[in-house]
Design a protein. Structure first.
Length: 91
């Protein structure tokens, strides 16, 4: 089953879990499964149109999903999905 790596700022949604395993065939259904188990993830990851939010990066096995199939990307048992909030700032 694919596994999500949950960043620190979102761990309050996952009851402090650093990783969460879900059953899914593609990234979109993996996000649905994560949100079913821990409500609040979907609204933080997806916009009103159901697309990834601009300031959230999602990687499937170290590859940015926006550069590939997006939410339709197939996931398998050993896949790792990383949620990386964008960081802004500087001097």
């Amino acid at each position: 089953m694919p596994q999500f790596r949950i960043p620190g700022p979102l761990r309050r949604l996952s009851e402090g879990q650093m990783t969460v395993t879900v059953e899914a065939a593609d990234l979109g259904s993996a996000i649905d499964a994560l949100d079913t188990r821990y409500p609040g993830f979907k609204e933080r990851l997806l916009d009103q149109k159901g697309q990834l939010r601009q300031f959230v990066n999602v990687y499937l096995n170290d590859e940015d999903v926006r550069l590939g199939a997006g939410l339709a990307a197939k996931v398998s048992e050993k896949d790792e999905i990383s949620i990386v909030p964008a960081v802004a700032g500087g001097s």
